[in-house]
Design a protein around this ligand. Structure first.
Ligand code: CA
Length: 241
């Protein structure tokens, strides 16, 4: 994997956008635009793989094309709204349809917003940011605690069963990112995008080095078990064995 340049705005830090779109030109254009401003992305080209990607990656927002081959984007939106785990997942519908009736139908299935094709990248980014702001969870600075492992984003302290844990700034950011996104699998590339900050050139195997350091720091109280290798994919933070 080549080194890559990652630039970001603070606002987009760690946000993961799933793009479900069957037209490759639009999909690639949107993905490139989102990654350029620092979003982490994944893509799917139909509703079935889109649904699987929601389950596997737990995105923060879904850009969902209305007209997909097979199951429509509208059907997928309906399904995501029905299910407990994805009920509040922000959805922006992308569509060539512009009639008022279709727009209403989009909101009826619970889409948070609606962007008509053709759209400008700038407009799309503005809509995404607006929806993310509207749906943002409060308390991003709140301490996170999982079974005795506690991370305080304000004081930058980590304790394990009350014992202080020493780690470097990258390990701290990595652990913070993992603890903020439990049970999700991240590729090395996604971890690079989310943890390393702006304008850096880092190789993917560097991720493994820092994963080892995080685990080592957590080993005395056995919390290294939370940082799990998902073979062939990447890593996840999970309290489940
Ligand atoms: Ca389409």
């Amino acid at each position: 994997m080549p080194e890559e340049q990652v630039s970001r705005a603070a606002e987009t830090l760690s946000k993961h956008i799933l793009i479900v779109e069957d037209e490759p030109a639009i999909r690639d254009m949107v993905r490139d635009a989102l990654e350029r401003v620092g979003f982490v992305t994944s893509v799917a080209d139909d509703a079935t793989s889109g649904y699987a990607a929601v389950r596997d990656h737990r995105p923060d927002l879904v850009l969902l094309d209305w007209m997909l081959p097979g199951v429509s984007g509208l059907e997928l939106a309906r399904r995501l709204r029905r299910e407990e785990q994805t009920r509040s997942l922000p959805i922006i519908l992308l569509t060539a349809r512009a009639e008022e009736e279709d727009r209403i139908k989009g909101f009826e299935v619970g889409a948070d917003d609606y962007v008509g094709k053709p759209f400008s990248v700038r407009e799309l980014l503005a809509r995404i940011r607006a929806v993310l702001r509207r749906t943002a969870k409060v308390g991003d600075d709140e301490p996170i605690e999982v079974d005795g492992l506690r991370l305080d984003p304000v004081s930058h302290r980590v304790t394990a069963n009350g014992q202080p844990v020493r780690m470097g700034p990258i390990e701290f950011r990595m652990l913070h990112f993992f603890m903020s996104h439990p049970e999700r699998v991240f590729t090395r590339s996604q971890l690079l995008d989310s943890v390393w900050g702006s304008q850096v050139y880092v190789e993917e195997r560097t991720v493994d080095v820092h994963i080892r350091r995080v685990r080592k720091a957590l080993t005395p109280e056995s919390f290294d078990r939370f940082i799990q290798t998902v073979h062939g994919t990447g890593y996840r933070f999970s309290r489940e064995a």
